[in-house]
Design a protein around this ligand. Structure first.
Ligand code: ATP
Ligand code: MG
Length: 552
């Protein structure tokens, strides 16, 4: 079936640029600042830029925007690389570093000075702020604005040579102090700051500002469409000014789109970093976070994230996407791909009184009932099993179809059993349930057409492996909203439940950390990559089986 897909506004702009001959080969980029781990919002930017380059047979650049040494760390560089590769966004050429362009940026600054388009200013930061004016009042010219190009060039060279203390002078663009756009009121291009840079060490004591550096980085690399988020819309005139005044022949074009926000989660590096720094979560990859390393650890796949971004699309105005949509995407991705296994999270014993002592048989279990290609496996079955506590009731609730005295149910893929009794401890907690089985119902098939209305899962007790299972809820309290009035995060006290004494079927020992499964009737789970070992298996719940979200 042919599907007509309408083009998003960015595709429309690009196609017009190609049609009208302004763009021969599309070049896009993803320019993260290495000051934290990437999150789901960045995945949107990565997949959007990568997708456009692929769609138009162009190039996708991956560049670290590492012009601000104070907050940047090598650790972040490594994690960002890992995340981009994991998402499957293949970049063209080497990994670029903005700091590799410091020399070229410096030359551009000298060019502006020589053209009379930039000047060295000695006002203090407070004075600069004062002179800038406000949204309703125009700014005032700096008394240093009319220095000659020769004088500015000498001063700027001396700034670079380290003749002045940090913060004592800046290089500013000479644009318009009365502009209605505050960004155009002689913005700062360079500042003096003696900071060691992770790439250039102590070579520089002056560093370019973002609004000057970023358009230059794009221009140096021949980026054609520089796609960024909406908060940069007001910076576009400055972006255009920089590439025009620095005389690039085919200057890049900035296009803004709306950031991705998800309901009930914490996005924004700043907030995630705070949760990490305050020790509220177990590092940047705590499975309750939506950093990419956390989603990966939780068990999200790159396919599910790509699918999610397709569903979300690109927009020009802000909106929040329901977190349930992301959950829908991972369920949908794992449904036919991953095996379905037995796990009992709150175990009680089930003893089959008429089953031979010391006998073990192996029953055939489909690896995935919805995908025959995944084949079958053999699972041990014997007299003593573990079942879920909630699959037995002393008093039968209305409509309850599982075990209660006198009722017959199916042990999935095994036999029909009829409940005959139970034991409880002093506090009334059930410890063991007794039943008899019908040997004729092997495979869970009715021998004489009689029907049972409940099917429960089980694990043969002597073969069961003890495991730790971690259940997650959103890290923020959905009812109260993400942030408190004072800006702090409204934590959900139940965001993590640790079950220490769950049992899983022995087959799970054949798998490795990072593998995911459906635990029958309970949800999708992933073997934890950080804490799971052969001796002590740990599983993270990715998502439950039921969904509140329906795609249209
Ligand atoms: P944060 O706001 O989380 O701190 P950032 O914008 O400071 O993120 P950068 O490393 O500067 O992070 O951004 C790299 C790219 O990712 C930029 O092009 C930015 O616009 C984009 N980006 C960041 N957050 C989102 C988001 N929520 N949705 C879409 N794109 C985003
Ligand atoms: Mg940033």
């Amino acid at each position: 079936m042919e599907e007509t897909i309408s083009k998003n506004f960015i595709e429309q702009i690009i196609e017009k640029d190609i049609e009208e001959g302004r763009c021969k080969k599309v070049v896009t980029r993803f320019p993260p600042e290495p000051n934290g781990y990437l999150h789901i919002g960045h995945a949107k930017s990565i997949l959007l830029n990568y997708g456009l380059a692929k769609e138009y047979g162009g190039e996708f650049h991956f560049r670290f925007d590492d012009t601000n040494p104070t907050k940047e760390k090598e650790e972040y560089v490594e994690s960002i690389k890992e995340d981009v590769e994991w998402l499957g966004a293949k970049y063209d050429g080497p990994i670029y570093f903005a700091s590799d362009y410091f020399d070229k940026m410096y030359e551009c600054a000298e060019l502006l000075i020589k053209k009379g388009k930039a000047y060295v200013c000695d006002l203090t930061p407070d004075e600069i702020r004062e002179y800038r004016g406000t949204l309703t009042e125009p700014g005032k010219n700096s008394p240093y604005r009319d220095r000659t190009p020769e004088e500015n060039l000498q001063l700027f060279r001396d700034m670079k040579a380290g003749k002045y203390p940090d913060g004592s002078k800046v290089l500013r663009a000479k644009i318009d102090m009365t502009s209605g756009n505050m960004n155009m009121r002689d913005p700062i291009l360079y500042r003096i700051a003696r900071m060691e840079h992770h790439n250039t060490g102590n070579k520089w004591c002056i560093y370019p500002m973002y609004d000057f550096a970023h358009p230059l980085e794009d221009a140096f690399e021949g980026v054609t469409h520089s796609i960024c988020t909406l908060e940069f819309e007001d910076h576009r005139p400055l972006y255009d000014w920089v590439v025009r005044e620095c005389e690039f022949e085919n200057p890049p074009k900035q296009i803004e789109f709306a950031k991705l926000y998800l309901t009930n989660v914490v996005t924004g590096k700043r907030y995630i970093k705070k949760l990490v720094d305050d020790g509220i979560v177990d590092g940047w990859d705590d499975p309750r976070l939506v950093s990419l390393s956390a989603l990966r650890r939780r068990g999200y796949t790159p396919e599910s994230i790509r699918k999610f971004m397709e569903l979300v699309g690109v927009a020009k105005s802000h909106s929040s996407v329901d977190y349930a949509m992301l959950e829908y995407c991972i369920r949908d991705d794992l449904k036919l791909k991953r095996p379905r296994m037995a796990a009992v999270l709150d175990p009680i014993k089930l003893v089959i009184t008429n089953y031979p002592e010391d006998q073990t048989e192996y029953v055939d279990v489909p690896n995935n009932q919805e995908n025959e290609e995944m084949g079958m496996r053999k699972v041990p079955f014997c007299k003593e099993l573990y079942i879920e506590r909630e699959d037995f009731k002393i008093e039968r609730p209305k409509k309850y179809r599982r075990l209660y005295i006198g009722n017959e149910v199916r042990l999935m893929n095994a036999y029909f059993v009829t409940c005959t009794g139970y034991d409880a401890d002093e506090d009334g907690n059930v410890t063991t349930v007794y039943c008899t089985y019908d040997p004729e119902s092997r495979g869970g098939n009715s021998p004489d057409g009689r029907k049972v209305r409940g099917t429960i899962h089980w694990i043969a007790a002597p073969f069961a492996k003890q495991a730790e299972v971690r259940l997650y809820e959103n890290i923020v309290d959905e009812e109260k909203g993400v942030y408190n009035e004072d800006g702090s995060i409204n934590l959900n006290p139940n965001s993590l439940t640790v079950i220490k004494n769950a049992y899983v079927e022995p087959t799970l020992e054949e798998y490795k950390p990072g593998d995911s499964f459906q635990f029958m009737r309970t949800g999708y789970f992933c073997m934890d990559t950080k804490d799971s070992t052969k001796e002590h298996m740990v599983f993270n719940r990715i998502v439950s089986l039921k969904s509140s979200y329906k795609p249209n």
